[in-house]
Design a protein around this ligand. Structure first.
Ligand code: CA2
Length: 153
Protein backbone atom coordinates (compact mmCIF):
# COMPACT_ATOMS: atom_id res chain seq x y z
CA UNK A 1 0.00 0.00 0.00
CA UNK A 2 1.28 3.49 -0.81
CA UNK A 3 2.47 5.88 1.89
CA UNK A 4 0.93 8.85 0.06
CA UNK A 5 -2.68 9.81 0.89
CA UNK A 6 -5.66 9.84 -1.43
CA UNK A 7 -6.71 13.39 -2.20
CA UNK A 8 -10.51 13.82 -2.16
CA UNK A 9 -11.17 17.14 -3.92
CA UNK A 10 -14.55 18.85 -4.04
CA UNK A 11 -15.62 21.75 -6.22
CA UNK A 12 -18.10 24.61 -6.00
CA UNK A 13 -21.18 24.65 -3.80
CA UNK A 14 -20.51 21.24 -2.28
CA UNK A 15 -19.96 23.04 1.04
CA UNK A 16 -23.77 23.50 1.00
CA UNK A 17 -24.45 19.77 1.20
CA UNK A 18 -26.94 18.80 3.86
CA UNK A 19 -28.18 22.39 4.08
CA UNK A 20 -30.03 22.82 0.74
CA UNK A 21 -31.57 20.57 -1.95
CA UNK A 22 -31.64 17.30 0.06
CA UNK A 23 -33.90 15.73 -2.59
CA UNK A 24 -31.13 15.98 -5.19
CA UNK A 25 -27.97 15.64 -3.10
CA UNK A 26 -29.06 13.87 0.09
CA UNK A 27 -28.97 14.86 3.76
CA UNK A 28 -25.32 14.15 4.51
CA UNK A 29 -23.08 17.17 5.02
CA UNK A 30 -19.62 17.30 3.45
CA UNK A 31 -18.20 16.72 6.95
CA UNK A 32 -20.31 13.51 7.21
CA UNK A 33 -18.96 12.39 3.82
CA UNK A 34 -15.40 13.17 4.87
CA UNK A 35 -15.83 11.03 8.01
CA UNK A 36 -17.26 8.14 5.94
CA UNK A 37 -14.36 8.37 3.45
CA UNK A 38 -11.75 8.48 6.21
CA UNK A 39 -13.24 5.41 7.91
CA UNK A 40 -13.44 3.46 4.65
CA UNK A 41 -9.91 4.44 3.66
CA UNK A 42 -8.62 3.41 7.10
CA UNK A 43 -10.17 -0.02 6.52
CA UNK A 44 -8.03 -0.31 3.39
CA UNK A 45 -4.90 0.92 5.19
CA UNK A 46 -5.13 4.27 3.37
CA UNK A 47 -5.27 7.89 4.50
CA UNK A 48 -7.20 10.73 2.88
CA UNK A 49 -6.71 14.45 2.49
CA UNK A 50 -10.24 15.85 1.98
CA UNK A 51 -10.73 19.39 0.63
CA UNK A 52 -13.42 21.67 -0.84
CA UNK A 53 -13.16 24.98 -2.67
CA UNK A 54 -15.46 27.20 -4.70
CA UNK A 55 -12.58 28.33 -6.94
CA UNK A 56 -11.47 26.70 -10.19
CA UNK A 57 -7.85 27.86 -9.90
CA UNK A 58 -7.59 26.37 -6.41
CA UNK A 59 -8.71 22.99 -7.76
CA UNK A 60 -6.03 23.24 -10.46
CA UNK A 61 -3.37 24.08 -7.84
CA UNK A 62 -4.45 21.10 -5.73
CA UNK A 63 -4.34 18.78 -8.76
CA UNK A 64 -0.79 19.98 -9.48
CA UNK A 65 0.13 19.39 -5.83
CA UNK A 66 -1.32 15.86 -6.10
CA UNK A 67 1.28 15.08 -8.79
CA UNK A 68 3.93 14.81 -6.07
CA UNK A 69 1.95 14.28 -2.91
CA UNK A 70 -1.02 11.97 -3.61
CA UNK A 71 -1.31 8.33 -4.61
CA UNK A 72 -4.60 9.01 -6.38
CA UNK A 73 -7.29 11.70 -6.58
CA UNK A 74 -11.03 11.21 -5.99
CA UNK A 75 -12.56 14.26 -7.65
CA UNK A 76 -16.02 15.82 -7.60
CA UNK A 77 -15.54 18.91 -9.77
CA UNK A 78 -19.17 20.01 -9.26
CA UNK A 79 -20.51 22.16 -12.09
CA UNK A 80 -16.95 22.70 -13.41
CA UNK A 81 -17.28 19.13 -14.69
CA UNK A 82 -19.42 20.47 -17.50
CA UNK A 83 -17.52 23.69 -18.27
CA UNK A 84 -13.82 23.49 -17.50
CA UNK A 85 -11.22 22.60 -20.13
CA UNK A 86 -8.62 23.88 -17.65
CA UNK A 87 -9.55 21.20 -15.12
CA UNK A 88 -9.49 18.56 -17.84
CA UNK A 89 -5.99 19.69 -18.87
CA UNK A 90 -4.81 19.57 -15.24
CA UNK A 91 -6.20 16.04 -14.73
CA UNK A 92 -4.56 14.90 -17.98
CA UNK A 93 -1.24 16.49 -16.99
CA UNK A 94 -0.63 15.12 -13.52
CA UNK A 95 0.03 11.46 -14.23
CA UNK A 96 -1.80 10.41 -11.05
CA UNK A 97 -5.03 8.41 -11.49
CA UNK A 98 -8.17 10.48 -11.01
CA UNK A 99 -11.58 8.98 -10.22
CA UNK A 100 -14.40 11.39 -11.12
CA UNK A 101 -17.38 11.14 -8.81
CA UNK A 102 -20.83 12.66 -8.48
CA UNK A 103 -23.55 12.39 -5.88
CA UNK A 104 -26.26 12.62 -8.53
CA UNK A 105 -26.27 10.99 -11.95
CA UNK A 106 -25.63 13.91 -14.31
CA UNK A 107 -26.63 11.78 -17.33
CA UNK A 108 -30.16 11.56 -15.91
CA UNK A 109 -30.44 15.32 -15.35
CA UNK A 110 -30.53 18.45 -17.54
CA UNK A 111 -28.84 18.21 -20.92
CA UNK A 112 -26.11 20.70 -19.97
CA UNK A 113 -24.91 18.18 -17.35
CA UNK A 114 -24.53 15.38 -19.89
CA UNK A 115 -21.07 16.52 -20.98
CA UNK A 116 -18.11 15.91 -18.69
CA UNK A 117 -14.82 17.43 -19.83
CA UNK A 118 -13.06 15.48 -17.08
CA UNK A 119 -14.41 11.97 -17.76
CA UNK A 120 -12.32 11.30 -20.92
CA UNK A 121 -9.09 11.81 -18.94
CA UNK A 122 -10.28 10.17 -15.69
CA UNK A 123 -9.49 6.58 -14.78
CA UNK A 124 -13.22 6.03 -14.25
CA UNK A 125 -16.44 7.66 -13.12
CA UNK A 126 -18.81 6.81 -10.25
CA UNK A 127 -22.11 8.72 -10.18
CA UNK A 128 -25.62 8.52 -8.86
CA UNK A 129 -25.21 6.85 -5.48
CA UNK A 130 -25.39 9.91 -3.25
CA UNK A 131 -22.78 9.97 -0.50
CA UNK A 132 -22.09 6.30 -1.28
CA UNK A 133 -20.45 7.45 -4.54
CA UNK A 134 -17.56 8.70 -2.39
CA UNK A 135 -17.23 5.46 -0.43
CA UNK A 136 -17.41 3.41 -3.63
CA UNK A 137 -14.63 5.61 -5.03
CA UNK A 138 -12.46 4.87 -1.98
CA UNK A 139 -13.00 1.15 -2.65
CA UNK A 140 -12.12 1.67 -6.33
CA UNK A 141 -8.99 3.57 -5.30
CA UNK A 142 -7.89 0.73 -3.02
CA UNK A 143 -8.45 -1.72 -5.88
CA UNK A 144 -6.43 0.39 -8.31
CA UNK A 145 -3.58 0.80 -5.85
CA UNK A 146 -3.55 -2.89 -4.88
CA UNK A 147 -4.86 -4.77 -7.92
CA UNK A 148 -3.58 -8.11 -6.59
CA UNK A 149 -6.05 -8.08 -3.69
CA UNK A 150 -8.78 -10.71 -4.09
CA UNK A 151 -12.31 -9.40 -4.78
CA UNK A 152 -14.36 -9.05 -1.61
CA UNK A 153 -11.56 -7.70 0.55
O1 CA2 B 1 -23.89 15.29 -8.42
C1 CA2 B 1 -22.83 15.88 -8.21
O2 CA2 B 1 -22.01 15.52 -7.37
C2 CA2 B 1 -22.53 17.19 -8.96
O3 CA2 B 1 -21.13 17.28 -9.18
C3 CA2 B 1 -23.01 18.32 -8.08
C4 CA2 B 1 -22.89 19.67 -8.74
C5 CA2 B 1 -23.56 19.67 -10.11
O4 CA2 B 1 -23.37 20.92 -10.76
C6 CA2 B 1 -23.04 18.57 -10.99
O5 CA2 B 1 -23.75 18.58 -12.21
C7 CA2 B 1 -23.21 17.21 -10.32
C8 CA2 B 1 -23.56 20.75 -7.89
C9 CA2 B 1 -23.08 20.81 -6.49
C10 CA2 B 1 -24.01 21.73 -5.75
O6 CA2 B 1 -24.17 21.24 -4.46
C11 CA2 B 1 -25.20 21.73 -3.74
C12 CA2 B 1 -25.44 21.11 -2.53
C13 CA2 B 1 -26.48 21.54 -1.76
C14 CA2 B 1 -27.26 22.59 -2.16
C15 CA2 B 1 -27.01 23.22 -3.35
C16 CA2 B 1 -25.97 22.79 -4.15
Amino acid sequence: MPSKPLYVLNGPNLNLLGVREPDVYGRDSLADIEAACAARARGHGLAIDFRQTNHEGQLIDWLHEAREKAALVVFNPGAYTHTSIALRDAVAAIGVPVIEIHLSNPAAREEFRHVSHVAPVAKGVIAGFGAHSYVLAIDAAALLLNPAAPAGQ
